[in-house]
Design a binder for this molecule. Structure first.
Ligand code: ZN
Ligand code: ZN
Length: 376
């Protein structure tokens, strides 16, 4: 069958992307789903910084590739041996496929799944396959085993989570990356307890999800830090008790003052090591810094060494919110449906697939929280 997709052929092209158009809209061929595979019609797909990092070359992936790793869709066909999924099921995707067999899956840490990470780096499905073929007959890679910037995609069942049919599909898409990453960092990695203080640095979709989750976890004070007033205003609506504009004041000094000498948890979602350092420096002795963004792999992060021992400060990484997708995504959806994670507020605007290059310009300029490509 044919699908229409946005294909990246060359990384590192200069912005504005509306002019250079690194994402090429073209028709690709897809076969019927193979054993263990599912054909999904994508409903909505979010534009995330980790897609932009492949476009700008800071997180290289094999080319050509169909990007897109935060999406919802409807199952249209299942391959041989597929259990637990049937046509018309609504699904979202886990951006690490979880094999269920490796040492990390066995330890309840599927975000580190060895086989999933290996497949993602190779740009294939978990079973090693590439299913898209371009008009010149070349195979095209799958981003995170998902490849959501395509009207139809093929994924293995280990990449899929079935969701409640009542959840609007546009909202559902956000649970695949922004919500698992941000809310998971608060509930799983940091394990914020009622009354504790939380600072969140960087208010994209991930950071704002962390703000909402901190409020839901009954944190005492929730301090949101960014350089854009529009995002700070949204953070206040979503539960931040204080906001700090890092473009106009020294955020470290102000957050430390607001929290009476430092916070219990600093969640970093800035995408750069400077933001990580600021987050570390606002924690109190015994405090916890949770790094969730993906800076350029060549950048280093340093802290005063003695603070780890003499002050028992902790720096923790959090990938995919330390989530177990089939355990955590349904419970985050429950929180949303009971009004406690209003993640639909993160949607800035919806785009057609043909507007995807313009969408990445808006994301790079920080103008948008979450933009969704809508296919239907
Ligand atoms: Zn993402
Ligand atoms: Zn695994």
């Amino acid at each position: 069958m044919k699908t229409i997709a946005a294909v990246l052929y060359e990384m590192g092209q200069s912005a504005p992307y509306a002019t250079t158009r690194p994402l090429v809209i073209e028709e690709l061929e897809l076969p019927a789903p193979g054993p263990g595979e599912v054909l999904v019609e994508i409903a909505a797909a979010g534009l995330c910084h980790s897609d932009l990092s492949v476009v700008d070359g800071s997180r290289p992936r094999p080319l050509p590739i169909v990007l897109g790793h935060e999406a919802s869709g409807i199952v249209r066909e299942t391959g041989a041996g597929v259990r637990g999924f049937a046509p018309d099921d609504h699904v979202i995707f886990s951006f690490i496929p979880t094999c269920g067999r490796c040492r990390y899956c066995a330890a309840g840490r599927p975000a580190l799944c060895e086989n999933g990470v290996r497949a993602n780096l190779a740009g294939t499905l978990l079973n090693g396959a590439r299913r898209f073929t371009n008009p010149r007959g070349l195979p095209v890679h799958h981003h995170c085993g998902i490849a959501a910037f395509s009207r139809y995609t093929i994924a293995v069942t280990e990449s899929l989570v079935k969701i409640d049919l009542r959840l609007p599909l546009a909202t559902a898409a956000l649970f695949g990356c922004a919500v698992v990453t941000g809310a998971g960092a608060v509930f799983n990695t940091a394990a914020v307890r009622p009354g504790e203080s939380v600072a969140v640095f960087g208010l994209g979709g991930v950071g704002l999800s962390a703000v909402m989750a901190a409020r839901t976890a009954e944190a005492g004070c929730v301090i949101a830090v960014d350089v854009l007033e529009t995002k700070l205003a949204l953070a206040r609506e979503l539960g931040a008790t204080h906001t700090v504009n890092a473009a106009t004041v020294d955020p470290v000094a102000v957050v430390r003052e607001l929290s009476g000498g430092g916070v219990d948890h600093a969640i970093e979602a800035t995408g750069n090591e400077r933001g990580m350092a600021q987050a570390f420096h606002v924690t109190r002795p015994g405090g916890n810094t949770v790094a969730i963004s993906l800076p350029d792999s060549r950048r280093l992060f340093s802290v005063p060494a003695v603070t780890l021992s003499a002050e028992e400060r902790v720096v923790r990484g959090s990938y995919m919110g330390s989530c177990v997708p089939r355990r955590d995504i349904p419970r985050f959806i429950e929180l949303h449906q009971s009004g406690r994670l209003p993640v639909d507020r993160l949607i800035t605007r919806t785009l057609r697939l043909e507007q995807i290059n313009e969408g990445f310009d808006a994301l790079a300029r920080g103008e948008a929280v979450r933009q969704l490509i809508q296919f239907a």
